[in-house]
Structure formats: structure tokens, C-alpha cells
Design a protein around this ligand. Structure first.
Ligand code: AQP
Length: 346
């Protein structure tokens, strides 16, 4: 953390915020890069706020009934992964209007040149950028609003979201500078562990993603044991045995990905995993990885099923979380309007 960030953030109560889009089945990438760490963070004595960002999900087409189911299922995945709604605030974004309101205000602070550099837009819009929604382009400003409306100081994310958190810092700094205030903190991305970027099981150069058209490219948190084993068995690899040291994986992205997944699931470093399996082929390593993944994920998927049998309870939890979130976010948005010169007379 730079000295200026440290000085600025010292004025704010430490607070953690992060979110996940309910845009499909949550994956092993979401679990290792986000959910597992969200649960760990809630026991570190810092307020934790976790959000199902349904308004981000609609930046690409979502069938309304599917979105409702996915939002509840994602809430179930959070809880089954250890996020405790009594310890953390858990809610869905659209129930707290402060996010949309602050997003508009920050749209007027963010610069087009900054938005044009966002690699996720380029990846997601692809060659058909003219047909992408305006929302997909503006997504990073909404994400900045999600973070800043809680005066968040730390954002646990996977590697792919680092650029958006950095943009959030730029937007916060420009707002503070333009209005001569120290109103928004400079949130830090928290990116740690061996699985900050879990890759596709079919292509080691692409990240594992819930919207990848190939289901075989990812492990879904709802996959059963047989499916998990089959997907790892069919995962793309090379023909070499595992090397003696981690450096031996530098030109082997698929092998490195499987080692990293094993390390994250078994709470080891990737170097320890390589030492354990040095000289073994994938015929040995893949079944060991599949067994480990099933042992870790089966209890989560069972608990998700149990929670999904009572969606009224899930909705109640999300509503209560939204009330708690609103109580923090509303005064921040009101103050932002005031700083920007909008008359507030009721
Ligand atoms: N493959 C991954 N490895 C590590 N972390 C990951 N995350 C996502 N994929 C991986 C982390 O999960 C959190 C929520 O991400 P998101 O669902 O809001 O959006 P995303 O990053 O765009 O994830 P997907 O799965 O690729 O979603 P779609 O396909 O809907 O766009 C973030 O912290 C992210 O870093």
C-alpha cells in the first residue's frame, strides 16, 4: 500500500466488500477466487459485506426466471461455502438503490479513456462490440459505486477483477480531487492464494468462467461427484509427468492450473503439491485431484440443495441483508449528492 493510500484510508473504518454476478452456475473459480476467501475474511474482525450483483448480470441477456433462480442459488452457494448472514451482510444489489444512484454520479466522474482500457469489456464484447449493451461498457463504474457506497477499504477478488478495482481507485481519487474533499477511500484489491485465476479445464489460456459455452470447461458447485471426476479426467493436459519443482510448470499452463487447484483445495502451496507428486503422471494426479475436489465440494452442493428447498428463507435473508446494507449506503449517497451540489430538501 502506498503512503498516500495509507494516510487516506486511515480516516475510514476498515471494511470489506465484494460481489459475484448471479449470471449462471457458480464455478470452482468463483469458489477458490472469491467465496472461500469471503468466508475466511468474516472472522478477521472487519465488517464484511457481500453482494449478489444482479444488476451486473443483466449487462448480458438473462432470462428473468433463470435470473431469479440463479440469484437464490448463488445466495445458497455463499451460505453453503461458509458465509454466515449473521456475521456478514449478504444481499442482492438491486434491493439497495444506492448502487444505481451512485453509479450515475460516478459515470459523470469516470473518463471515457479509462473505460476504453478495460480488458473485460473487450473480452466479453468480442468482435461484436457495437451490439454490446451500454451497461456492459459502463459496468466498471457500477462496480466502483458498489464498492464506494460502503466506503470500502478492501476488496477480495480474483485476478481478473484487479483492473476494475484499480479503476475504482482512480474514480475515487478524481472525485476527491475535483470536489476538494477526502470523501472516498482508495480501496485495495486483496488477491492472494494459489488460485487467484483458475483456468478453463479445456484451454489453459482462458479463465474458468460460468458463461463459457462449454460445460466441460468448468466445475460447477452443483456438479455431482461423477461429473466432477469425469471433468477432471477429461481436462486437457500434456503427456509429461509432474516436474520436481514449480519452475518446471512455467510453460505448462494446463498442468499448472490443476496443481494450483489441488493446492488451493488442500490448503497447501503449489510448490508443496509438486513435491508430493513429482514424477507422477496425470493418470495418478487427476484421480487424486478429483477425490479431493469431491470431498471439498460435495458438502457445499448438498447444503445448497437443502437451502434451495426453502427459497422463502433465502429471500428473507437477502431482504434483511439489504436493510443492513441500505443503512450504510444511503448516508454515503446522500452526502455525495450534497458534495456535488444537488439540492436535498426532503
Ligand atoms: N476463474 C476464476 N478464478 C479465480 N477467481 C475467479 N472469479 C471469477 N472467475 C474466477 C472471481 O469470482 C468473483 C466473482 O466474479 P463474477 O461472477 O462477478 O464475474 P466474473 O469475474 O466475470 O466471473 P465469471 O465466472 O467469468 O462470470 P461471467 O461468466 O458471468 O462473466 C470475482 O472476485 C472474480 O475475480
Amino acid at each position: 500500500m502506498s503512503d498516500t493510500t495509507q494516510i487516506l484510508n486511515a480516516n475510514f473504518t476498515p471494511r470489506i466488500f465484494s460481489g459475484i454476478q448471479p449470471s449462471g452456475n457458480l464455478t470452482l473459480g468463483n469458489y477458490l477466487g472469491a467465496l472461500k476467501r469471503f468466508a475466511q475474511k468474516q472472522d478477521e474482525g472487519i465488517e464484511t459485506i457481500y453482494c449478489l450483483v444482479d444488476m451486473h448480470a443483466i449487462t448480458v441477456w438473462q432470462d428473468p426466471d433463470a435470473l431469479r433462480r440463479q440469484t437464490r442459488e448463488a445466495a445458497a452457494a455463499f451460505i453453503a461455502s461458509g458465509v454466515d448472514p449473521a456475521k456478514s451482510i449478504l444481499f442482492n444489489q438491486s434491493q439497495v438503490s444506492a448502487h444505481a444512484e451512485l453509479a450515475w454520479l460516478l459515470n459523470c466522474v469516470a473518463r471515457l479513456g479509462w473505460m476504453n482500457r478495460m480488458t473485460q469489456f473487450k473480452d466479453k464484447a468480442g468482435k461484436n462490440a457495437e451490439k454490446a449493451s451500454l451497461g456492459l461498457y459502463a459496468y466498471p463504474a457500477l462496480m466502483a459505486a458498489d464498492i464506494l457506497t460502503y466506503h470500502t477499504t478492501m476488496v477480495p477478488v480474483g485476478e481478473d477483477q484487479k483492473q476494475h478495482v484499480e479503476l475504482t481507485r482512480d474514480i475515487a481519487a478524481k472525485f476527491n480531487h475535483d470536489y476538494g474533499v477526502e470523501f472516498f477511500p482508495a480501496p485495495e484489491p486483496l488477491i492472494d492464494g494459489p488460485a487467484t485465476r483458475v483456468m478453463s479445464l479445456r484451454d489453459g489460456s482462458k479463465k474458468m468462467s460460468k458463461s463459457d459455452p462449454s460445460d466441460a470447461s468448468r466445475i460447477n458447485l452443483t456438479d455431482d461427484a461423477d461429473t466432477i471426476a469425469k471433468k477432471f479426467r477429461k481436462a486437457r493436459t500434456d503427456a509429461e509427468p509432474l516436474p520436481e519443482t514449480i519452475e518446471g510448470l512455467s510453460e505448462r499452463p494446463e498442468a499448472r492450473n490443476l496443481v494450483n487447484i489441488y493446492a488451493a483445495l488442500s490448503e497447501q502451496t503449489s510448490a508443496q503439491v509438486v513435491t508430493e507428486f513429482a514424477g507422477k503422471g496425470f493418470g495418478d494426479f487427476k484421480p487424486a485431484l478429483a477425490d479431493l475436489a469431491v470431498a471439498k465440494l460435495a458438502p457445499i452442493s448438498d447444503e445448497m440443495k437443502r437451502l434451495m428447498s426453502d427459497v422463502t428463507e433465502i429471500d428473507r435473508i437477502l431482504g434483511k441483508g439489504a436493510d443492513r446494507a441500505e443503512a450504510i449506503a444511503r448516508p454515503v449517497v446522500e452526502k455525495t449528492y450534497d458534495i456535488m451540489g444537488m439540492v436535498r430538501s426532503r
